[in-house]
Design a protein around this ligand. Sequence first.
Ligand SMILES: Cc1cc2nc3c(=O)[nH]c(=O)nc-3n(C[C@H](O)[C@H](O)[C@H](O)COP(=O)(O)OP(=O)(O)OC[C@H]3O[C@@H](n4cnc5c(N)ncnc54)[C@H](O)[C@@H]3O)c2cc1C
Length: 342
Amino acid sequence: MFGGEVPARCDVAIIGAGFAGVATGAALAARGIEAILLERAAELGAFASGRGAGLGRQLAEDDVTAALAVRGAGLLRTHHPGAWSPTGGILTFDEPAHGRAYIARAARLGVAHEVLDRAGVLQRWPDLVGLRIASALYVPGDGVIDIRALLHALAAPLRIAFDTAVELVEPAGPGVRIATARGVIEARVVVDASGAWAGALTGDPGLDVYRRHLYVLEAAAQAGAPYLWHLGREEMYVRREGDGILVSPCDSTPTEPGEQPCDETGDLTLHDRLATAQRLLRAPITRRWACQRAFTPDRTMRLGIDPRRPWLVWAAALGGHGATCSLAVGETVADAVVRALG
Ligand SMILES: Cc1cc2nc3c(=O)[nH]c(=O)nc-3n(C[C@H](O)[C@H](O)[C@H](O)COP(=O)(O)OP(=O)(O)OC[C@H]3O[C@@H](n4cnc5c(N)ncnc54)[C@H](O)[C@@H]3O)c2cc1C
C-alpha cells in the first residue's frame, strides 16, 4: 500500500482492487512481476468483493465457469485454508432434468457429490420444508469463504494506491498511458479489473449489471449445516453466519454500476421466498445490504489479452462466482500478462 503520487512508469498496472485485481496481483507476484494496483475507493472490498455471500460453490451454471470454480476452490483449500470453511454445499432443484444436468456436470468435472432425497435436505435445513425439491445434490468439497480475510491476505504484499481513480487509458507507443487522480503512469500492460465498470475506460461495451440483496437473520442454523442453494424458479440460498443465518432471495434487478441501495424488491422477494419458512420469516433482520454482480451477455468471464490491443488484459465479468474463482482467475490472467509482456 502506498500514498502520494503514483510512479511515472511500471510494467503492469491493474485497475481495481477487488478479487479480480488482487488475485491477479498476487499471481503476478508469484511469477516475480510486481504490479501497481489503482483503486478508486478508500479501502478494499468497497464493492462486490467485500459484499458477497462467500459461498464456495463449484458447480456453477456452465462448464467453463464451473471448471474455474473447481480450480479456484482447490487453490483456496491449499493456499488459504484459514479463509475456507469446509462446510460442503447442497444444491436443490425443482425440475428433475435440471438436477440431472448438474449431476452430469459434476461427473464431467470430477466433482465428488452425493444425490440427496428431500428428507436428506430437510434434515439439514428443516425450516425449508416449503421448497419444491425434485432433486438435490450434496457436494462435500464445497465450502464457505471468509471474503474479508481472503481479500486482505491477497492484498497484504501488494502495492495498492487507494483513492486513485483511473480517468483515462490510451495507447502510448507499444504500451499504455494511464491518467489517474494522482498522476499519470506509463505501463507496458494494463489489466482492466474494474468490476461492474469494466470496459468504461477503453470504450468497450459495458457489462450487464444486476443488484442483489443479502440478509442476516437472527435465527440459529444447525451446527455444521452445509450451505443450501435452491436453483429452482424461486432461487434462494442460505448459510450459517455466526449465530445467525445469511439469506439471499436471489433477486436480480438490472442496474447501473455504483453504490446499490437496498430497495423494496429485496424485502418483497425475501418475504416471498421464506413464505413457508415461518421461523425464518419471523426472525429479526440484523443486517441487510445490496450489491452488484456484473456479467457479459453470454455470462462467460472476460479474461485474457484483448484481441485488438496487446497492451490490454481483461480480468472482468466475474458474475456471481468471483470469490470462488478468484485464485483461478488470478492465475489465468497473470499467465496472459506474462504473454503480453513478451
Ligand atoms: C450480493 C452478492 C453475492 C455474491 N455471492 C457470491 C458467492 O456466494 N460466491 C462467489 O464466489 N461470489 C459471489 N459473488 C460474486 C463476487 O462477489 C464477484 O464476482 C467478485 O467480487 C467480483 O470481483 P471484481 O474484482 O471483478 O469486482 P469488484 O469487487 O467490484 O472490484 C472492482 C473494483 O474496481 C474499482 N474501480 C472501478 N472503476 C475504477 C476506476 N476507474 N479507477 C480505479 N478503480 C476502479 C472499484 O472501486 C472496485 O473496488 C457475489 C456478489 C454479490 C454482489
